[in-house]
Design a protein around this ligand. Structure first.
Ligand SMILES: [Zn+2]
Length: 400
């Protein structure tokens, strides 16, 4: 289904006739009505308001679903097409035998793309301003890199990128913060069940599973490029080293992953993972950037000096959000991982980074679905990275 949605959104409605026929917007009204009143409700199981319809039409890279509105887009698509084909038209009119200058056409294409992007961004900003506060955050989170990956990849079972019908609808509802049907009214811990509660409730062990799944995925990826990869390595005891205030001094302290040779040759690198829920009450006064920074700093206060002084290693906090985004340090870590993996496997860097991002985004999405629905929705993700060909998978999954 996701596949159909993606193709429909990005390709088929980018249609030939929008670009070749002028003044057809009114003729497209019945089509838009069918999209808004039949297709979208049947996919999302929700009758969307006009604002929601407007949100859904923004492109996936801006965090939305890319269900374009043909009525609104007909004029601009036609105008863009006329501009881009103008050099060719001139050649035909002049009865010239050479094709149009490719550089001119490419420049026009780039200009049109820039203009379109500008219009979309303005549309997105205006829409955002008209929304209630929480919804503004939802839109912002949906626009984060990893978050949009979740819905732009074509679901392939072999790559664990597939979702069943209910998971797909839940994923869309989570993305837009729409009510989720058929959930219990009271959580096992006794409080009223809401999505925000499900993402932070410690009962049932789902939060731990969500964390461990990411930890294991990162460890698998690190094994490809580093030595001595260990999950939950114990730390050496502190014996008189001077550590900062707030540092963890406990005898049996463990971190999530250890690897050697990640940032520097032979040097130990330690990583600790945290998945935070940006809609939690305690974060509501923080911007997203502040939220990630706060979580990173908290981890660093606890471990950075101990790792440096006692283990002579580096410490990197990997902070993710339940909605698919990540903190700055985590993004830097993934960029480096992409570099190392690409070199090792002889793949293109950008392809590798897209592939890693999609894997991580899906692990986070599965984690969110697990917290939401419990073990009923839990399927273990199998990652056989050693036999993975990123370029092939990227092509198959339509990763950007
Ligand atoms: Zn609970």
């Amino acid at each position: 289904m996701l596949c159909g949605l993606h193709f429909w959104a990005e390709a088929s409605l980018d249609l030939f006739f929008l670009r070749t026929l002028p003044d057809i917007d009114t003729l497209l009204e019945p089509l838009e009505r069918a999209l808004a009143e039949v297709l979208i409700p049947s996919i999302t199981k929700r009758n969307c308001s006009q604002t929601e319809r407007d949100l859904l039409q923004l492109p996936v890279r801006l965090g939305r679903l890319g269900f374009i509105n043909p009525v609104e887009n007909a004029g601009s698509e036609y105008k863009a097409s006329v501009s881009v084909t103008a050099p060719l038209v001139n050649q035909i009119v002049a009865q010239a035998h050479e094709p149009a200058d490719e550089a001119d056409v490419n420049e026009l294409r780039r200009r049109m793309r820039r203009e379109k992007e500008e219009v979309l961004r303005r549309k997105c900003d205006n829409l955002k301003r008209s929304l209630p506060e929480k919804m503004q955050r939802v839109v912002e989170l949906g626009g984060e890199n990893g978050s949009s990956n979740r819905l732009s990849v074509i679901p392939l079972k072999e790559m664990s990128f597939d979702l069943n019908k209910r998971e797909f609808r839940d994923a869309i509802r989570l993305r837009y913060d729409w009510p989720i049907p058929d959930t219990q009214s009271v959580c096992v811990c006794g409080v009223r069940f809401t999505v925000d509660h499900a993402m932070i409730c410690k009962r049932g062990g789902f939060i731990i599973q969500r964390h461990n799944e990411l930890r294991d995925l990162e460890a698998e990826l690190l094994k490809m490029v580093c030595y001595d990869v260990e999950v939950e390595p114990g730390l050496q005891p502190v014996t008189g080293e001077e550590l900062n205030r707030g540092a963890n001094q406990s005898h049996d302290a463990r971190l999530d992953v250890h690897a050697r040779g990640f940032w520097e040759r032979q040097r130990s690198a330690y990583f600790d993972i945290r998945v935070c829920h940006p809609h939690a009450d305690s974060y509501k006064d923080l911007t997203l950037k502040q939220l990630y920074k706060q979580q990173e700093n908290e981890k660093k206060r606890k471990y950075a000096s101990r790792i440096l002084e006692v283990e002579q290693g580096t410490f990197t906090p990997l902070v993710f959000s339940t909605t698919g985004g990540m903190g700055e340090e985590c993004a830097r870590y993934h960029a480096r991982l992409g570099e190392l993996l690409a070199t090792k496997k002889g793949e293109i860097h950008s392809t590798t980074v897209s592939w890693i991002r999609a894997k991580v985004a899906f692990a986070l999405l599965r984690g969110a679905l697990l917290c939401l629905r419990g073990s009923r929705g839990n399927r273990k993700i199998a990652t056989n990275i050693h036999e993975t060909d990123f370029e092939i998978e990227r092509g198959l999954a339509g990763l950007s």
